[in-house]
Write a protein that binds this ligand. Structure first.
Ligand SMILES: C[S@@+](CC[C@H](N)C(=O)[O-])C[C@H]1O[C@@H](n2cnc3c(N)ncnc32)[C@H](O)[C@@H]1O
Length: 186
């Protein structure tokens, strides 16, 4: 595993409820997610955002969580079971070369890539795969950590998202300069 990838044991810290002190996940997600939506959490770790996505999407919604590390997905599945959301969350293993989303082309209403794009060696490919999975009018929220990513690097990521066919709807949706909300044209 490349040293740019978050080690699996950090997944426990990232999923800690103490993180809510720095931002409530339901508050962050609720402007973008509605009941019954099909959602994608890319690089979910142990599911800090996946569980709130499943909660907001409700029993008729579905969340696909795609991570490169099996141990992250095992932790996520354990947490989903405890929360009673196993039926709404599908975990998928990414290969490093692909997110394995071909069957979801044009079906995702909202995708999240929180603190993960900087870990990916080929963000161009990643963003093209996410864009292909989005439904017309579907949205992608990208958030990057300021400790690891410069504003210039973030701007390059957003340029790649535009190249993949997404347009920016709001430059700083969380009041953080390293966040962007993008939309696929109808
Ligand atoms: C820093 S963690 C963030 C986890 C979660 N989004 C959060 O905010 O708590 C980054 C996650 O992205 C995953 N990841 C890194 N590269 C990936 C790739 N190419 N495809 C899928 N997941 C990837 C890592 O395994 C890790 O779980």
């Amino acid at each position: 595993m490349s040293d740019r990838i978050c080690p699996w044991w950090l997944g426990y810290f990232l999923a800690s409820p103490l993180r809510k002190l720095f931002g409530n996940p339901e508050k962050i997600l609720s402007p973008h997610v509605r009941e019954g939506m099909t959602l994608l959490d890319v690089g979910p770790g142990m599911g800090y955002f996946t569980l709130p996505l499943a909660k907001i999407a409700g029993p008729s919604g579905r969340v696909i969580a795609v991570d490169l590390q099996e141990k992250m997905l095992i932790g996520l599945q354990r947490r989903a079971k405890r929360a009673g959301f196993s039926e709404r969350i599908e975990c998928r293993l990414a290969s490093g070369k692909s997110l394995n989303l071909a069957d979801l082309a044009g079906r995702i209403n909202f995708a999240l890539a929180f603190y993960m794009v900087h870990e990916v060696p080929d963000p161009d490919r990643l963003l093209s795969e996410i864009a292909a999975a989005l439904a017309p009018g579907g949205r992608l929220l990208i958030v990057e950590p300021s400790g690891h990513v410069s504003p210039e690097k973030f701007e390059k990521t957003i340029k790649l998202a535009r190249k993949a066919g997404l347009s920016t709807v709001n430059d700083v949706p969380l009041g953080s300069k390293l966040s962007a909300l993008l939309e696929k044209g109808g």
